[in-house]
Ligand binder design. Structure first.
Ligand code: G
Ligand code: G
Ligand code: MN
Ligand code: NA
Length: 254
């Protein structure tokens, strides 16, 4: 069912939209950002999660127009919320390695920034370590070019890849995102606890902010805060929300 043609049509019919998961400052207990997460609002299937179509979008190249559309939607929603008096410090958008390594990626980000007129510092791009395995030198150059645009960079799924930590010295990162697999069993699992503490220490050592994802319980949030991880997102605060519900949720939380 989920073949190229269906997805292409879905993109053309504007069926692909972004949900937003709030990111919380644990110190202030306030929403400071949001991660944009794509959903396919299929006329017959209902809400289709990205796990069902990101793979095919990558193998067909459709991730290029789709990714650009998601980026533009995220920036437009940020602006709409700002107009309503709610100014998020940042909006995070996932970027797959195929997008990042595409020759036009940096210029497409620049175009979306120009089109929407948002402050580039508000936009954070989430990348994964896998680009380093493909073409490390090219990947590093792309990240520096993105930093020139003024956007922030986050390393998603941190700790799950096969890369050496030495890249932390080479890459212009602003944030490490602790993968939810390490957060899930906190604070009971001794290994996960050690890994999370180590990531927080690495973040401090290289001067990069750390955020935990997959935070589901109050105990996890308290534990992370006490260990010095001051940012979190997860079902414990909110699931990814449709854009029309996001602002209301943030207003009642803050
Ligand atoms: O929202 P959900 O938890 O189902 O997301 C599952 C996966 O899909 C995550 O790994 C996330 O990185 C990926 N994903 C979600 N939205 C996007 C997107 O807009 N672009 C890319 N490249 N990946 C996305
Ligand atoms: O790959 P990436 O880390 O971008 O994707 C985040 C994914 O994690 C999304 O699919 C999102 O819906 C999911 N997610 C977000 N918060 C939680 C959580 O608290 N628990 C679980 N199990 N999944 C979560
Ligand atoms: Mn992500
Ligand atoms: Na992740």
């Amino acid at each position: 069912f989920f073949y190229e043609k269906a997805l292409r049509q879905g993109i053309e019919n504007k069926e692909l939209i972004t949900y937003f998961q709030p990111q919380i400052c644990l110190k202030a207990n306030r929403v400071i950002g949001a991660e944009a997460l794509v959903r396919w609002l299929h006329p017959e299937m209902g809400v289709v999660p990205p796990s069902k179509f990101i793979g095919i979008s990558e193998s067909t190249g459709l991730i290029i127009p789709l990714g650009r559309e998601i980026l533009a939607q995220a920036c437009r929603h940020w602006q709409a919320w700002q107009k309503q008096g709610f100014e998020l410090e940042r909006i995070s958008v996932n970027v797959s390695t195929i997008q990042l390594m595409h020759q036009d990626f940096v210029s497409s980000v620049a175009e979306v920034l120009a089109e929407t007129g948002i402050n580039p510092a508000v936009l954070e791009l989430e990348v994964t370590e896998s680009f380093l395995l493909q073409n490390e030198q090219q990947g590093i150059e792309v990240l520096y070019a993105l930093k020139e645009l003024g956007v922030a960079l986050s390393m998603d799924d941190f700790g799950t890849g096969f890369s050496s930590l030495s890249y932390l010295k080479k890459l212009p990162l602003d944030q490490l995102k602790i993968d939810q697999s390490f957060v899930q069993s906190l604070p009971d699992d001794a290994e996960d606890l050690a890994i999370v503490e180590a990531i927080i220490a690495v973040g401090k050592a290289v001067g990069v902010e750390v955020i935990a994802e997959g935070v589901e319980t109050e105990l996890q949030a308290k534990f992370l805060h006490d260990k010095g991880c001051l940012l979190a997102q997860g079902f414990g605060f909110s699931r990814p929300l449709p854009p029309e519900e996001f602002l209301g949720w943030c207003r009642s939380f803050n």
